[in-house]
Write a protein that binds this ligand. Structure first.
Ligand code: SAM
Length: 262
Protein backbone atom coordinates (compact mmCIF):
# COMPACT_ATOMS: atom_id res chain seq x y z
CA UNK A 1 0.00 0.00 0.00
CA UNK A 2 1.32 3.48 -0.88
CA UNK A 3 1.65 5.99 1.96
CA UNK A 4 0.81 9.65 1.39
CA UNK A 5 4.11 11.33 0.39
CA UNK A 6 5.38 13.73 3.04
CA UNK A 7 6.39 17.19 1.90
CA UNK A 8 8.54 17.77 4.97
CA UNK A 9 10.77 14.82 3.97
CA UNK A 10 11.02 15.99 0.35
CA UNK A 11 9.16 12.88 -0.81
CA UNK A 12 8.59 12.66 -4.58
CA UNK A 13 8.39 9.00 -5.49
CA UNK A 14 9.58 7.92 -8.91
CA UNK A 15 6.98 5.88 -10.76
CA UNK A 16 7.87 5.99 -14.46
CA UNK A 17 9.48 2.69 -15.26
CA UNK A 18 11.64 3.93 -18.13
CA UNK A 19 13.43 6.46 -15.91
CA UNK A 20 13.89 3.89 -13.17
CA UNK A 21 15.44 1.56 -15.74
CA UNK A 22 17.71 4.30 -17.11
CA UNK A 23 18.99 5.14 -13.62
CA UNK A 24 19.63 1.49 -12.74
CA UNK A 25 21.39 0.95 -16.05
CA UNK A 26 23.55 4.08 -15.51
CA UNK A 27 24.57 2.68 -12.11
CA UNK A 28 25.12 -0.76 -13.63
CA UNK A 29 25.29 -2.60 -10.28
CA UNK A 30 27.40 -5.73 -9.91
CA UNK A 31 27.22 -8.50 -7.34
CA UNK A 32 30.43 -7.47 -5.55
CA UNK A 33 29.43 -3.78 -5.18
CA UNK A 34 28.72 -2.32 -1.77
CA UNK A 35 25.72 -0.19 -2.73
CA UNK A 36 24.28 2.50 -0.48
CA UNK A 37 21.01 4.21 -1.35
CA UNK A 38 20.07 7.55 0.19
CA UNK A 39 16.30 7.87 0.73
CA UNK A 40 14.81 4.61 -0.59
CA UNK A 41 11.22 5.88 -0.12
CA UNK A 42 8.85 3.19 -1.35
CA UNK A 43 11.65 1.31 -3.08
CA UNK A 44 11.38 2.46 -6.72
CA UNK A 45 15.16 2.21 -7.12
CA UNK A 46 15.85 -0.01 -4.12
CA UNK A 47 14.23 -3.19 -5.43
CA UNK A 48 15.77 -3.21 -8.94
CA UNK A 49 19.18 -2.32 -7.45
CA UNK A 50 18.79 -5.08 -4.87
CA UNK A 51 17.81 -7.55 -7.57
CA UNK A 52 20.98 -6.73 -9.51
CA UNK A 53 23.45 -6.52 -6.61
CA UNK A 54 21.96 -9.08 -4.20
CA UNK A 55 22.48 -6.77 -1.22
CA UNK A 56 22.06 -3.09 -0.48
CA UNK A 57 22.24 -0.70 2.46
CA UNK A 58 19.60 2.04 2.47
CA UNK A 59 19.48 5.16 4.64
CA UNK A 60 15.95 6.40 5.34
CA UNK A 61 14.77 9.05 7.79
CA UNK A 62 11.02 8.34 7.60
CA UNK A 63 10.17 5.52 10.05
CA UNK A 64 6.79 4.89 8.40
CA UNK A 65 8.40 3.65 5.17
CA UNK A 66 10.67 1.06 6.75
CA UNK A 67 8.29 -1.90 7.43
CA UNK A 68 7.10 -2.02 3.79
CA UNK A 69 10.65 -1.73 2.46
CA UNK A 70 11.74 -4.65 4.62
CA UNK A 71 8.72 -6.79 3.77
CA UNK A 72 8.99 -6.21 0.01
CA UNK A 73 12.77 -6.74 -0.08
CA UNK A 74 12.70 -10.07 1.71
CA UNK A 75 12.17 -12.16 -1.43
CA UNK A 76 14.64 -10.13 -3.52
CA UNK A 77 17.86 -9.86 -1.54
CA UNK A 78 19.60 -8.69 1.59
CA UNK A 79 18.38 -5.17 2.41
CA UNK A 80 19.87 -3.48 5.42
CA UNK A 81 18.21 -0.24 6.49
CA UNK A 82 19.91 2.48 8.49
CA UNK A 83 17.17 4.58 10.09
CA UNK A 84 18.93 7.95 10.23
CA UNK A 85 19.43 11.39 8.79
CA UNK A 86 21.95 10.82 5.99
CA UNK A 87 23.86 13.92 7.08
CA UNK A 88 24.73 12.09 10.30
CA UNK A 89 25.96 8.92 8.59
CA UNK A 90 29.74 8.64 8.51
CA UNK A 91 30.39 6.97 5.12
CA UNK A 92 34.07 6.41 5.87
CA UNK A 93 33.22 4.57 9.11
CA UNK A 94 30.46 2.62 7.32
CA UNK A 95 32.92 1.34 4.69
CA UNK A 96 35.42 0.38 7.43
CA UNK A 97 32.76 -1.36 9.49
CA UNK A 98 31.61 -3.36 6.48
CA UNK A 99 35.20 -4.25 5.56
CA UNK A 100 34.97 -2.72 2.07
CA UNK A 101 37.40 -0.25 0.62
CA UNK A 102 34.78 1.92 -1.02
CA UNK A 103 31.03 2.46 -1.38
CA UNK A 104 28.87 3.11 -4.42
CA UNK A 105 26.21 5.64 -3.45
CA UNK A 106 22.94 6.37 -5.26
CA UNK A 107 19.68 8.15 -4.59
CA UNK A 108 16.79 10.24 -5.73
CA UNK A 109 17.70 12.87 -3.18
CA UNK A 110 15.36 14.89 -0.97
CA UNK A 111 15.75 18.26 -2.71
CA UNK A 112 15.40 20.36 0.46
CA UNK A 113 18.86 19.23 1.59
CA UNK A 114 20.51 18.37 -1.72
CA UNK A 115 23.51 20.72 -1.34
CA UNK A 116 24.30 19.63 2.26
CA UNK A 117 24.14 15.98 1.10
CA UNK A 118 26.54 16.73 -1.77
CA UNK A 119 29.02 18.46 0.54
CA UNK A 120 28.68 15.64 3.07
CA UNK A 121 29.52 13.05 0.38
CA UNK A 122 32.46 15.14 -0.82
CA UNK A 123 33.83 15.08 2.75
CA UNK A 124 33.90 11.27 2.47
CA UNK A 125 35.02 11.14 -1.18
CA UNK A 126 38.01 8.88 -0.40
CA UNK A 127 35.58 6.16 0.76
CA UNK A 128 33.37 6.40 -2.35
CA UNK A 129 33.79 4.86 -5.81
CA UNK A 130 30.99 6.80 -7.46
CA UNK A 131 27.64 8.50 -6.86
CA UNK A 132 24.50 8.63 -9.01
CA UNK A 133 22.02 11.23 -7.87
CA UNK A 134 18.69 12.63 -9.01
CA UNK A 135 18.64 16.35 -8.25
CA UNK A 136 16.94 19.52 -9.40
CA UNK A 137 18.15 20.17 -12.96
CA UNK A 138 19.15 23.67 -11.89
CA UNK A 139 21.50 22.19 -9.26
CA UNK A 140 23.08 19.77 -11.75
CA UNK A 141 23.61 22.69 -14.16
CA UNK A 142 25.42 24.59 -11.40
CA UNK A 143 27.51 21.56 -10.42
CA UNK A 144 28.74 21.05 -13.99
CA UNK A 145 29.05 24.74 -15.02
CA UNK A 146 32.31 26.01 -16.48
CA UNK A 147 34.04 29.35 -15.77
CA UNK A 148 32.27 32.20 -17.55
CA UNK A 149 28.84 30.60 -17.27
CA UNK A 150 26.15 32.54 -15.41
CA UNK A 151 25.53 29.61 -13.09
CA UNK A 152 29.22 28.92 -12.34
CA UNK A 153 29.70 29.40 -8.60
CA UNK A 154 30.55 27.92 -5.23
CA UNK A 155 28.89 24.57 -5.93
CA UNK A 156 30.69 24.20 -9.31
CA UNK A 157 34.13 24.92 -7.83
CA UNK A 158 33.80 22.82 -4.68
CA UNK A 159 32.31 19.82 -6.51
CA UNK A 160 34.72 19.93 -9.46
CA UNK A 161 37.72 20.08 -7.11
CA UNK A 162 36.57 16.81 -5.56
CA UNK A 163 34.86 14.86 -8.35
CA UNK A 164 34.36 14.45 -12.07
CA UNK A 165 30.83 15.71 -12.67
CA UNK A 166 28.89 13.98 -15.49
CA UNK A 167 25.31 15.13 -16.10
CA UNK A 168 23.47 12.12 -17.58
CA UNK A 169 19.83 12.88 -18.49
CA UNK A 170 16.82 15.00 -17.53
CA UNK A 171 13.65 13.69 -15.88
CA UNK A 172 10.31 15.57 -16.15
CA UNK A 173 8.07 16.32 -13.13
CA UNK A 174 5.46 13.80 -14.34
CA UNK A 175 7.80 10.89 -13.59
CA UNK A 176 7.26 11.48 -9.83
CA UNK A 177 4.35 11.22 -7.41
CA UNK A 178 3.60 13.98 -6.52
CA UNK A 179 5.31 15.90 -9.35
CA UNK A 180 7.91 18.39 -8.07
CA UNK A 181 7.65 22.01 -9.29
CA UNK A 182 11.01 21.77 -11.07
CA UNK A 183 12.71 19.66 -13.73
CA UNK A 184 15.15 17.06 -12.47
CA UNK A 185 18.40 15.56 -13.77
CA UNK A 186 20.49 12.52 -13.02
CA UNK A 187 24.18 13.13 -12.47
CA UNK A 188 27.19 10.84 -11.97
CA UNK A 189 29.99 11.96 -9.64
CA UNK A 190 33.33 10.18 -9.63
CA UNK A 191 35.70 11.22 -6.82
CA UNK A 192 39.12 12.24 -8.11
CA UNK A 193 42.03 9.87 -7.55
CA UNK A 194 44.36 10.82 -4.65
CA UNK A 195 46.98 12.10 -7.14
CA UNK A 196 44.39 14.44 -8.72
CA UNK A 197 43.08 15.89 -5.45
CA UNK A 198 44.04 19.38 -4.32
CA UNK A 199 46.24 19.85 -1.28
CA UNK A 200 44.88 23.17 0.02
CA UNK A 201 43.51 23.48 3.52
CA UNK A 202 39.77 22.67 3.10
CA UNK A 203 38.57 25.42 5.44
CA UNK A 204 40.70 28.10 3.77
CA UNK A 205 39.56 26.94 0.38
CA UNK A 206 35.92 27.10 1.44
CA UNK A 207 36.44 30.60 2.91
CA UNK A 208 38.08 31.89 -0.30
CA UNK A 209 35.43 30.42 -2.61
CA UNK A 210 32.60 31.66 -0.41
CA UNK A 211 34.00 35.21 -0.20
CA UNK A 212 34.81 35.36 -3.93
CA UNK A 213 31.29 34.40 -5.00
CA UNK A 214 29.46 36.30 -2.27
CA UNK A 215 30.15 39.41 -4.35
CA UNK A 216 30.53 37.90 -7.80
CA UNK A 217 30.22 41.22 -9.67
CA UNK A 218 33.18 42.69 -7.75
CA UNK A 219 36.85 42.30 -8.58
CA UNK A 220 38.70 39.69 -6.55
CA UNK A 221 40.76 42.30 -4.72
CA UNK A 222 37.49 43.77 -3.43
CA UNK A 223 35.69 40.50 -2.77
CA UNK A 224 38.68 38.90 -0.97
CA UNK A 225 39.67 42.04 0.95
CA UNK A 226 39.12 40.38 4.35
CA UNK A 227 41.37 37.46 3.44
CA UNK A 228 44.24 38.83 1.34
CA UNK A 229 45.54 41.89 -0.49
CA UNK A 230 46.19 42.40 -4.22
CA UNK A 231 49.86 41.37 -3.88
CA UNK A 232 48.88 38.06 -2.33
CA UNK A 233 46.37 37.48 -5.14
CA UNK A 234 49.15 38.14 -7.68
CA UNK A 235 51.42 35.70 -5.81
CA UNK A 236 48.77 33.07 -6.50
CA UNK A 237 49.19 33.91 -10.21
CA UNK A 238 45.69 35.40 -10.37
CA UNK A 239 44.75 38.86 -11.65
CA UNK A 240 43.32 40.92 -8.73
CA UNK A 241 41.05 42.73 -11.21
CA UNK A 242 39.46 39.47 -12.38
CA UNK A 243 36.04 38.34 -11.14
CA UNK A 244 35.42 35.05 -9.39
CA UNK A 245 33.24 33.74 -12.23
CA UNK A 246 36.22 33.78 -14.66
CA UNK A 247 38.55 31.68 -12.47
CA UNK A 248 39.16 27.96 -12.96
CA UNK A 249 38.71 25.72 -9.89
CA UNK A 250 42.53 25.32 -9.60
CA UNK A 251 42.92 29.13 -9.31
CA UNK A 252 40.96 28.99 -6.05
CA UNK A 253 43.30 26.30 -4.74
CA UNK A 254 46.32 28.59 -5.32
CA UNK A 255 44.49 31.49 -3.66
CA UNK A 256 43.68 29.32 -0.64
CA UNK A 257 47.37 28.39 -0.33
CA UNK A 258 48.36 32.05 -0.33
CA UNK A 259 45.88 32.71 2.52
CA UNK A 260 47.45 29.85 4.44
CA UNK A 261 50.94 31.35 3.96
CA UNK A 262 50.04 34.92 4.97
N1 SAM B 1 14.05 6.77 -3.77
C1 SAM B 1 12.62 7.02 -3.72
C2 SAM B 1 12.10 7.19 -5.12
O1 SAM B 1 12.90 7.44 -6.02
O2 SAM B 1 10.89 7.05 -5.32
C3 SAM B 1 12.28 8.22 -2.85
C4 SAM B 1 12.93 9.53 -3.23
S1 SAM B 1 12.31 10.92 -2.34
C5 SAM B 1 12.71 12.22 -3.47
C6 SAM B 1 13.53 11.23 -1.07
C7 SAM B 1 13.61 10.19 0.05
O3 SAM B 1 14.59 10.62 1.02
C8 SAM B 1 12.33 9.98 0.84
O4 SAM B 1 12.11 8.63 1.04
C9 SAM B 1 12.57 10.69 2.19
O5 SAM B 1 11.84 10.15 3.27
C10 SAM B 1 14.07 10.46 2.34
N2 SAM B 1 14.74 11.46 3.20
C11 SAM B 1 14.40 12.76 3.39
N3 SAM B 1 15.26 13.37 4.20
C12 SAM B 1 16.20 12.44 4.53
C13 SAM B 1 17.37 12.47 5.34
N4 SAM B 1 17.77 13.59 5.96
N5 SAM B 1 18.10 11.33 5.46
C14 SAM B 1 17.70 10.18 4.82
N6 SAM B 1 16.61 10.11 4.03
C15 SAM B 1 15.87 11.22 3.88
Amino acid sequence: MSARPKKSFGQHFLHERRYIERIVSAISPRADDFLVEIGPGEGALTFPLLAAAGKLTAIELDTDLIPNLQANAASIGELSIIHADVLKVDFTALAQREGVSRLRIAGNLPYYISSPILFHCVDHAAAITDMHFMLQKEVVDRMAAEPGSKVYGRLSVMLQLACRVEPLFDVPPGAFRPPPKVDSSVVRLIPLAPSERHDADPERLYAVVKAAFAQRRKTLSNALRQLMDADAIRRADVDPKARAETLAPEDFVRLAKVVTES
